[in-house]
Design a protein around this ligand. Structure first.
Ligand SMILES: Nc1ncnc2c1ncn2[C@@H]1O[C@H](COP(=O)(O)OP(=O)(O)OP(=O)(O)O)[C@@H](O)[C@H]1O
Ligand SMILES: Nc1ccn([C@@H]2O[C@H](COP(=O)(O)O)[C@@H](O)[C@H]2O)c(=O)n1
Length: 209
């Protein structure tokens, strides 16, 4: 089974992806990390984020061993990732890796922006996670503070809104819910309630087969 989770920045996709994968014994891929890794490599080498040729070359050589680098989680890299991810050839270079991950047994949960629409349009279950921007900014701020980083909630909110706008309005694989996605609004749900709601969606889809 393939479970596709999409949604805007800091909506809780990764949290749900991890928990659903654990619940069903599947593998989990946070696809945002891939775009973050491309952006970080460009910045580390002093290249422009819109340098298509270099970005594509980096995307084709990515080493998943580096996906755990702590700096990838930073707001700076997230913002840079949303610039790089708008380049169609960069996205094309990363499609096979994601599809291969999804296809390998026993099953997979992928989260991102275009999983249900482009990467796995035939996913068994598609969940589009949303939450109010202020709620998302608050959660992201708490997360940064817990990591010992300074975070200003108003600036975090501005970054989230800017990133959502860029991701929604790009021509290539824009952020949007697939027509057959189940919308999960977790604005008023804690993590456990949100996980339960997601499992209920998966189980309802399975029961209807
Ligand atoms: N239902 C929830 N209630 C409270 N906090 C939550 C909930 N879901 C996620 N969080 C917290 O919100 C923050 C963002 O969640 P998460 O990293 O899962 O979002 P995301 O959509 O994967 O973000 P990204 O845009 O980086 O991909 C994390 O600190 C997470 O622990
Ligand atoms: N499937 C995806 C996943 C991510 N992106 C872009 O990467 C940025 C960072 O993603 P996070 O999920 O780690 O926040 C995001 O803002 C998108 O621009 C993407 O395009 N497609």
């Amino acid at each position: 089974m393939i479970i596709a989770i999409d949604g805007p920045a800091a909506s809780g996709k990764g949290t749900l992806g991890k928990r659903l994968a654990h619940h069903y014994g599947y593998r989990h891929l946070d696809t945002g990390v891939i775009y973050r890794a491309v952006a970080k490599a460009l910045l580390d080498r002093g290249f422009d984020l819109t340098d298509e040729a270099r970005a594509v070359a980096i995307a084709m050589e990515l080493d998943p061993e580096n996906f755990g680098h702590p700096e990838l989680k930073s707001q700076r890299i997230g913002d840079a990732a949303s610039v790089v991810s708008a380049i169609p050839r960069v996205r094309e270079a990363l499609v096979n890796f994601q599809r291969q991950f999804a296809a390998d047994p026993p099953g997979a949960v992928l989260d991102g922006r275009d999983i249900g629409t482009v990467i796995c349009p035939n996913a068994d279950v598609k969940i589009f996670v949303v939450a109010d921007p202020q709620v998302r900014a608050h959660r992201r701020t708490l997360e940064a503070l817990a990591r010992g980083e300074a975070a200003d909630e108003a600036m975090v909110l501005a970054d989230i809104l800017k990133r959502d706008e860029r991701d929604k309005n790009r021509a290539a694989a824009p952020l949007k819910a697939a027509e057959d996605a189940h919308i999960l609004d977790n604005s008023n749900l804690d993590v456990e309630a949100s996980v339960s709601a997601a499992i209920a969606i998966v189980e309802a889809v399975r029961a209807a087969r």
